[in-house]
Design a protein around this ligand. Structure first.
Ligand code: HBI
Ligand code: FE
Length: 287
């Protein structure tokens, strides 16, 4: 995703952060958070990776409702040295990477309206905080996020941001993980969505394929609906190890020589967990 052209709003600092102004949230906004939190925390039992459930208590603040980033950052800082800072919305890639490389996670401060309970395009505070923060309380995943930020700053200099962004998309946002014989959820885009939390694990439509760094950096993704392929990692340790041990420069050059892969493609060399029927996407297409 190229975000170079967005303009820094008035009131945002050089690094694009803004005050969260926790005191200005309304009762309805806090109630919306509580509704979403309870619904999602319940449905994720047995579906989400254990490390996410372990991290969920970092979000159980002293006051109910939307977390105060100052208190949240204090709790997160104790565990893994991460902080959460408020931003107006999407920030430019470099700004985003710079924050991650310094163990700061940027989050929107607004929360969805009641009519957007199940669907919204732009990430809100529920996606950013409920979806992303629990795993930032896990030391291995916390290191992976920092490594991604550092990798992003380097990729920027090599014209490879679009390829690296796919790694983020198919891991941090829409990743699945194998635990024993079962697949579990860990991607923030999935776990903050009621519908996709069911779809990604149980629906026969999408492909579920083994994680492969280079393959994934060639794979397009869709931002308008459920994914047509999910990639399954073996462990967070393995994901972190591959990310820090790989020399990305030659990999980017190889990727640039090969065609992009479509969202539903399966290659002969893929490790297949599920060959999707793609019925869901096909039905949408023809409607
Ligand atoms: N800005 N606020 C915000 N949140 C993101 O997740 C985000 C962003 N800017 C750029 C970006 N993500 C991605 O496109 C990078 O991974 C390239
Ligand atoms: Fe996200």
């Amino acid at each position: 995703m190229a975000t170079e052209t967005i303009i820094r709003p008035e009131g945002a600092a050089q690094d694009w952060t803004i005050p969260q102004d926790w005191n200005t949230y309304t009762r309805d906004e806090h109630a919306m958070w509580d509704t979403l939190f309870e619904r999602q925390a319940q449905m994720l039992q047995g579906r989400v990776v254990q490390e996410f459930l372990d991290g969920l208590d970092v979000l159980r603040m002293t006051r109910p409702g939307i977390p105060d980033f100052a208190e949240l950052s204090e709790r997160l800082m104790e565990r893994t040295g991460w902080q959460v800072v408020a931003v107006p919305g999407l920030v430019p890639d470099r700004v985003f990477f710079e924050h991650l490389a310094n163990r700061r996670f940027v989050a929107g401060r607004f929360i969805r309206k009641p009519e957007q309970l199940d669907y919204l395009q732009e990430p809100d505070i529920f996606h950013d905080v409920f979806g992303h923060v629990p795993l930032l309380a896990n030391p291995v995943f916390a290191d992976y996020m920092q490594a991604y930020g550092e990798g992003g700053l380097r990729a920027d200099g090599m014209g490879a941001i679009d390829n690296l962004a796919r790694l983020y998309w198919y891991t941090v946002e829409f990743g699945l993980i194998r635990q024993g014989d079962a697949l579990k959820l860990y991607g923030a885009g999935i776990v903050s969505s009621y519908g996709e939390s069911v779809f990604a694990l149980d629906d026969p439509s999408p492909n579920r394929l083994g994680f492969d760094l280079k393959r994934l950096m060639r794979t397009r993704y869709r931002i308008d609906d459920y994914q047509q392929s999910y990639f399954v990692i073996d462990s967070f340790e393995d994901l972190l190890r591959q990310t820090v041990e790989t020399d990305f420069a030659p990999l980017y050059r190889e990727v640039a020589q090969e065609p992009d892969l479509d969202v539903a493609t399966i290659l002969p060399e893929d490790r297949i967990y599920t060959t999707g029927t793609q019925a869901y996407a096909a039905a949408k297409e023809s409607s």
